[in-house]
Design a protein. Structure first.
Length: 206
């Protein structure tokens, strides 16, 4: 009785290939499910083969025919042992695959934690820069307000100064006018008095 025995070598290469893919593909849940499906299919095929070989071995080994017992001992028993060995190897491969997945997940978790710390640091720096920008904006507004206030004060002082200067000029003109008026008035009075004196003198002579 002949049966097809799966080879562990091809499966191990598939597992190794999947493990290599996991190093570059971050979606571990999909890869894990793909591995599980492959392992389940391989395990089911291997278990069916083992069960068939063991059933055949039990029947042939319990036969009263010596040829059947000889076939069971020389042919079926090694197949059962080989299937059992493959099941053991598969279990170990599954354990190694799970451990490798766990290591990769932990590695990515550590990487993610480091990136989160970097993001927190960047966010903290951004907050500091925003605070400094707000402070600079407040200082700039205060400086502009101070400059505007100084400008208004200067303009007010200049306007007041111009008014004072205008008033002073006006007062000087008034004073000069008064002086001219007084001088002219005195001169006119003296001239009138002189004319009166001349008239009196002329009259006396006559």
């Amino acid at each position: 009785m002949t049966t097809t025995t799966p080879q562990t070598t091809s499966f191990n290469s598939e597992i190794s290939s999947d493990a290599d893919c996991q190093l570059t593909i971050p979606d571990y849940s999909v890869l894990r499910q793909q591995n599980i499906d492959k392992i389940n299919g391989y395990y089911t095929n291997l278990l069916d083969t083992y069960t068939q070989n063991y059933s055949d071995f039990s029947k042939q080994n319990a036969s009263s025919n010596i040829n059947d017992r000889t076939y069971a001992s020389t042919t079926l028993k090694p197949k059962v042992a080989d299937s059992n060995t493959q099941i053991i190897n598969l279990s170990q491969t599954m354990i190694n695959s799970v451990n490798q997945d766990a290591d990769l997940i932990n590695e990515q978790k550590d990487t993610l934690s480091k990136k989160m710390l970097q993001i927190d640091s960047i966010l903290a720096n951004i907050k500091i820069l925003k605070d400094k920008d707000n402070e600079m904006t407040i200082l700039n507004n205060a400086r502009n307000d101070s400059l505007n206030s100084t400008k208004l004060s200067t303009e007010s002082i200049q306007f007041t100064t111009y008014i004072y200067i205008g008033i002073c000029i006006l007062l000087v003109i008034i004073i000069i006018g008064l002086i001219i008026y007084l001088v002219y008035s005195n001169y006119s009075t003296k001239s009138a008095n002189n004319n009166i004196y001349k008239n009196i003198a002329v009259n006396n002579k006559q």
